[in-house]
Design a protein around this ligand. Structure first.
Ligand SMILES: O=P(O)(O)O[C@@H]1[C@@H](OP(=O)(O)O)[C@H](OP(=O)(O)O)[C@H](O)[C@H](OP(=O)(O)O)[C@H]1OP(=O)(O)O
Ligand SMILES: Nc1ncnc2c1ncn2[C@@H]1O[C@H](COP(=O)(O)OP(=O)(O)OP(=O)(O)O)[C@@H](O)[C@H]1O
Length: 486
């Protein structure tokens, strides 16, 4: 990519979240990730180019030097920081404006700094020249927090029984963020139990919100509709999937197609990329009390079996272990945040030495890893816990991208790419994205939000009607019969 010859017509809108907007190249397997700002800030307080560059550099260094070592080299692609011509960025912003979903237009793309990140397009699979002509399928899941807090500082009993995602759903419904409750429960996805994971993915398909997107050949084919009142069309998705799970021996029912697709996703989420499967795999297993969410729609008997745990190096285990660096819960962390605040008020110059805002280098990772286990009243302990909490927050908000490319029986694949849980054979790759640092300043907001979510949940629990039974959930009873031994 020649930065001095950038042409907006070579790029198209790809997607966006709360903080960044992504465009993809129409020929090369690359994306540009550009930051967004609230519209009012864009008019009043422009960051200097220097500050914007530092911001992007922080995101890049945090991903490369902190999150990558914690989550695993193979899952994280930090890309590179690029300086783009301002004219190109302005034209690009105009070109993509009408494709942006309305609910994201409260923020504008940064057209002032010219700074961005260039990353591999993870909806493609490289090398993408497998003999098969069918375009790759890509599933993006934002799994959210996969455990119940185990800290002695937790004061509300419901936090030990119902997971944050399930409680938060009620608050989101009330404040109009979504129109329907999602049945997805992250604890099912992180359980390692194929049945619980299966139901979790089924529930994501039924109500994707911002937790599920599906791409085909790099194009978004399934996600929450811009008009969130409408549910996405599962029959349409099955039509897209059918050519990938058609075995030439007659008609595959929608249920079979979806079932095979979900099993494929589960296998990728549990895969360690280790071709030698003969030995006993080491597992990440949590105490039963931390993995059972009372709000999960699953039958209690199924939940009571807990789960077999996650293979140690699979993507879910890596994310869960990093999320669990938050071992005090926001309730135990907040007093330590206040200790740090008080210290910084007295010794403002210490802010740099303690790396509160970076640099995100090996020294930062060392502070995260070597924080004392017990509170010795030191500032180092308080800072270490705050940094660990911020890292855990990133892992609670990241997304997983799994890309599958169908391939023929005789194609030779590198062992870490191969996956075959169903009758079809696929090459796959698994990546983790959105690994931005969460600001130190957001801790008071997290503390308030936690209280709001819990109070709202307790208030609404009895008032809210039970969810009606899901048609997908009923079908699932048949689907479980379709599991193939792996
Ligand atoms: O606080 P949460 O759990 O609602 O998470 C926020 C996400 O909401 P969600 O619940 O996933 O719909 C929120 O996602 P959406 O904008 O709602 O898609 C962001 O990811 C936000 O992170 P940031 O402020 O952009 O760095 C997330 O904020 P952080 O808490 O990670 O800072
Ligand atoms: N490397 C990539 N390859 C392909 N698609 C990508 C890539 N990075 C991001 N995307 C797409 O762009 C979307 C927005 O990116 P991202 O999640 O990083 O935004 P964000 O604003 O940081 O999110 P959040 O709302 O969680 O803060 C993603 O959901 C994903 O679909």
């Amino acid at each position: 990519m020649e930065l001095d010859k950038m042409d907006e017509n070579d790029w198209k809108y790809h997607g966006e979240g709360n903080k960044s907007l992504v465009v993809s190249h129409i020929q090369h397997s690359r994306v540009l990730r550009l930051l967004k700002y609230p519209s009012e800030d864009a008019e009043n307080t422009h960051q200097t180019t220097e500050q914007a560059f530092q911001h992007i550099l922080n995101i890049f260094e945090y991903s490369r030097n902190v999150m990558k070592p914690l989550l695993g080299e193979k899952y994280v692609h930090s890309g590179e920081v690029v300086k783009l011509p301002l004219d190109f960025v302005r034209q690009l912003s105009l070109k993509i404006q009408q494709e942006r979903p309305e609910l994201r237009c409260d923020k504008v793309m940064d057209t002032f700094s010219g700074c961005g990140l260039c990353l591999p397009n993870l909806t493609h699979l490289s090398p993408c020249h497998f003999g098969d002509r069918r375009p790759p399928l890509c599933v993006e899941i934002k799994p959210k927090c996969g455990f119940l807090p185990f800290s002695r500082h937790v004061t509300k009993d419901c936090k030990r029984k119902v997971c944050r995602f399930c409680m938060h759903q009620h608050f989101k419904l009330a404040n109009g963020k979504w129109n329907r409750l999602s049945r997805y429960c992250p604890l099912d996805l992180f359980s390692g139990s194929k049945q619980r994971m299966y139901v979790a993915i089924m529930n994501l398909l039924e109500e994707p919100q911002n937790n599920l997107k599906i791409f085909k050949g790099g194009e978004l084919i399934y996600s929450c509709k811009d008009d969130a009142k409408q549910q996405p069309d599962l029959d349409e998705l099955v039509q897209h999937l059918w050519p990938y799970f058609h075995h030439g021996n007659g008609h595959q029912s929608s249920t079979t197609v979806l079932s095979e697709f979900i099993q494929l996703i589960c296998s990728a989420l549990l895969s360690t990329g280790d071709s030698n499967r003969s030995g006993e795999q080491r597992k990440v297993q949590l105490a039963e009390s931390r993995v059972l969410c009372e709000a999960s729609p699953l039958h209690r008997d199924l939940l009571r079996n807990g789960g077999p745990g996650l293979p140690k190096d699979c993507v879910l285990a890596k994310i869960l272990q990093t999320q669990m660096m938050d071992n005090l819960d926001i309730e135990g962390l907040y007093p330590l945040y206040k200790r740090v605040e008080q210290y910084l008020e007295e010794f403002p110059k210490e802010r740099n030495r303690l790396q509160m805002d970076g640099p995100y280098d090996a020294g930062f990772l060392e502070k995260v890893k070597t924080c004392p286990a017990e509170d010795d009243r030191s500032i180092e302990y308080a800072v270490g816990k705050v940094l660990q909490y911020r890292v855990a927050m990133t892992a609670k908000d990241c997304s997983i991208m799994i890309t599958f490319a169908p391939c023929g029986e005789d194609e030779k694949l590198q062992p870490h790419l191969e996956i075959q849980p169903t009758k079809s054979r696929f090459a796959s790759s698994v990546s983790i994205l959105d690994l931005d640092p969460k600001p130190y300043e957001s801790i008071p907001h997290q503390h308030k939000l936690d209280t709001k979510i819990v109070n709202y949940y307790l208030m609404s629990k009895h008032a809210t009607q039970e969810l009606p039974p899901s048609s997908l959930y009923t079908e699932r009873q048949d689907c479980t019969l379709l599991f193939h031994p792996v």
